[in-house]
Design a protein. Structure first.
Length: 242
């Protein structure tokens, strides 16, 4: 699975780093990543000079990450809830991973890891087929197995998506902002199905059903697909007085 994540999941653009640093308003020197996976986001921040500590509970993911990140990156096998407060960071971020953390105590624990005035960032988003006719064909092929393949947002408001909604209610963070980085990608049908194979809705299917579904999808997809892979970015600042 780690190799599929590394092969099929897209990386993150330089624009994301610039957005985070502009919000911080000062150099970001240290960062902690929550649920780093194979290190796609780790590489973005590390190559821009940030001292990154990457945490990931899955040993296979962590081993793949270590093959691709600079030696300066520190790594730890740990779920977010098991990261012990002690060292604080100028930035703590989660790249398409925050939904794996437990809601209870999420923000107080997060705040314990961010230095006062430091930044928390969450970014990610679903991938969607650009062509409506292709999207409809995929939806019809998927219907016997899955009603939907994204993660339903637990909490949304007209002007703010999750987790920005939770951050706005938290006593630990302030100045919550939401931005979108538009991104369009082109890939082969097989690579698109490979990308789907890394998404939790498909991972939870029985292996036989999953393979049957992927075969059906390959029969309805054109040779090349265009996908919208916009990145929704939430930024918040750690309060000084908490």
């Amino acid at each position: 699975m780690a190799q599929a994540y590394e092969r099929f999941r897209p990386g993150y653009p330089e624009e994301l780093f610039d957005l985070v640093v502009a919000y911080a308003g000062r150099p970001v020197r240290t960062a902690l990543e929550v649920g780093a996976g194979t290190g796609k986001a780790t590489r973005l921040f590390a190559r821009r000079g940030v001292a990154v500590t990457a945490t990931e509970p899955d040993e296979g993911m962590l081993a793949e990450l270590r093959r691709h990140v600079p030696a300066s990156v520190r790594t730890a096998r740990a779920a977010f809830e098991d990261v012990r407060p002690g060292e604080r960071y100028g930035l703590v971020y989660a790249a398409a991973a925050l939904h794996w953390t437990r809601p209870e105590g999420r923000w107080s624990h997060m705040a314990a890891l961010v230095e006062p005035g430091g930044v928390f960032a969450s970014f990610g988003g679903p991938t969607e087929l650009v062509d409506p006719s292709v999207e409809e064909a995929v939806r019809a092929a998927r219907a016997p197995f899955l009603e939907r393949d994204d993660v339903p947002p637990p909490d949304e408001e007209p002007d703010m998506r999750w987790p920005g909604t939770e951050l706005r209610r938290s006593a630990w963070f302030t100045d919550v902002r939401q931005s979108v980085i538009e991104r369009r990608l082109s890939m082969s049908a097989r690579d698109y199905v490979g990308l789907l194979s890394t998404i939790s809705a498909y991972l939870m299917l029985a292996p036989g059903d999953r393979e049957l579904l992927f075969g059906r999808l390959l029969r309805v997809l054109p040779g090349t697909v265009e996908i919208a892979a916009d990145i929704t970015v939430h930024l918040a600042r750690r309060c000084h007085d908490q």
